[in-house]
Design a protein around this ligand. Structure first.
Ligand code: NAI
Ligand code: MG
Length: 359
């Protein structure tokens, strides 16, 4: 990690700012206790409020501004006064696409002390590696003869050999480094053009990693296996749409949206990567101090890992587990602790570990 790491902080809407506050306090604590790191955090107030005022989600040079940062820490975006496709297509998607964040990285790990509503298995610990730049989310298509009885729509899936291959290579490298297997989600029995092509390209990558165990599984069956035998998965590789759906299932498997983190990665490092909780702005609980900050804090840990500090990542994840073991629970986990109490308890455990490291 560089001497001074620059982080663009985008809290967003709803509970975004509430959970982001806990993450920023954590980073400030870390730099206080660990003299080898220093963060320069710049907060941007681009959100739905900004849109209502300016008619756009970010300034014209917004992406240019973000480009120079080492990483982006994002909360969540979404507000009933702004159509969701505006927040998605004018904010989240431009960042993911312009910054070539072609991998969406989502750990599905059951933390000790969390009850899963779907499985008794204690060993749920895998990652979903989702193609994040093309596929079903290519924004290609259109409507004809709208509002007539002849109305028709075309929505194109665009998959390129390059796009599939780089996602597959990332998954196989990750599996190889961690001694794990790869499961590719497919549907080539029914979606016979794009998904067959997906299979072919993924299999080419698999051939180059003979030491990594590989299987392809139809995505519908895979959804059932996630529930029936989640312990059998280590690295799940999926297209944009399949990965999106599977990761919400994965999230439910390990205790819900309040916990699940994600990273939108540009593995080459040419552009900043962006780290965000899987959850949205949760307007139903916004402003009540009820949101679980774990997903945001864990996303911050993924960011530090990406920036070369796996040690700090591990300290944070351990601190989250320790805090849960101590009985801290926000409402989504069946408890009464506030966002601030949970955040402070995690930070306290991080501080304790950093003190130990120092000794
Ligand atoms: P959501 O994830 O915001 O909320 C779904 C449910 O989970 C709600 O009951 C909420 O209270 C709960 N929840 C979510 N995060 C939580 C947390 N940290 N702690 C405790 N409970 C939590 O999804 P929803 O309701 O479908 O969408 C709300 C808005 O968020 C929409 O405008 C949507 O477009 C946007 N959204 C934005 C995303 C992003 O910024 N990447 C991702 C998903 C949705
Ligand atoms: Mg989603």
């Amino acid at each position: 990690m560089r001497e001074k790491t620059s982080i663009a902080v985008l809290p967003g809407d709803g509970i975004g700012p509430e959970v982001m506050k806990e993450a920023v306090l954590l980073l400030q604590d870390i730099e206080k206790y660990d003299k080898t790191v220093s963060f320069e955090m710049n907060e941007f107030s681009w959100n739905s409020e900004y849109y209502l005022e300016h008619g756009r989600m970010m300034p014209e040079d917004g992406l240019e501004k973000l480009r120079s940062f080492d990483a982006i820490l994002f909360g969540a975006m979404g507000d009933a006064r702004v159509p969701d496709e505006v927040t998605v297509w004018e904010f989240i998607m431009p960042i993911r696409k312009q910054f070539n964040q072609y991998i969406n990285f989502r750990p599905v790990k059951k933390l000790s002390g969390i009850h899963s509503p779907l499985t008794d298995s204690e060993d749920v610990d895998f990652v979903i590696i989702r193609e994040n730049a093309e596929g079903e989310y290519s924004n290609s298509g259109g409507r004809l003869y709208d509002h007539t009885s002849e109305a028709m729509v075309v929505q194109n899936t665009i998959m390129t050999e390059k796009g599939i291959r780089r996602a597959a290579d990332f998954a196989f490298h990750y599996a190889k480094d961690n001694g794990e297997s790869v499961t590719s989600a497919t549907k080539s029995n029914a979606v016979i053009h794009s998904m067959k092509f997906w299979d072919e390209v993924v299999e080419k990558a698999a051939d180059e990693f003979p030491e990594v165990e590989f299987e392809k599984v139809y995505v519908d069956a895979l959804a059932a296996y996630f529930v029936q035998r989640p312990h059998t998965f280590r690295v799940v590789l999926a297209s944009n749409l399949f990965g999106d759906i599977l990761s919400d299932l994965g999230s439910a498997l390990v205790g819900g949206l309040g916990i699940s983190p994600s990273g939108n990665l540009n593995p080459s490092g040419d552009y900043p990567s962006m780290f965000e909780p899987v959850h949205g702005s949760a307007p139903d609980i916004a402003g009540k101090g009820m949101a679980n900050p774990i997903a945001q804090i864990w996303s911050t840990a993924l960011m530090l890992d990406h920036l070369g500090r796996k040690d700090l990542h591990n300290i944070i994840v351990e601190a989250i587990e320790k805090t849960l073991a101590e009985g801290y629970r926000t409402k989504d986990l069946g408890g009464e602790h506030t966002t601030g109490e949970m955040g402070e308890a995690i930070r306290s455990n991080v501080r304790k570990q950093l003190e130990e490291v120092k000794v």
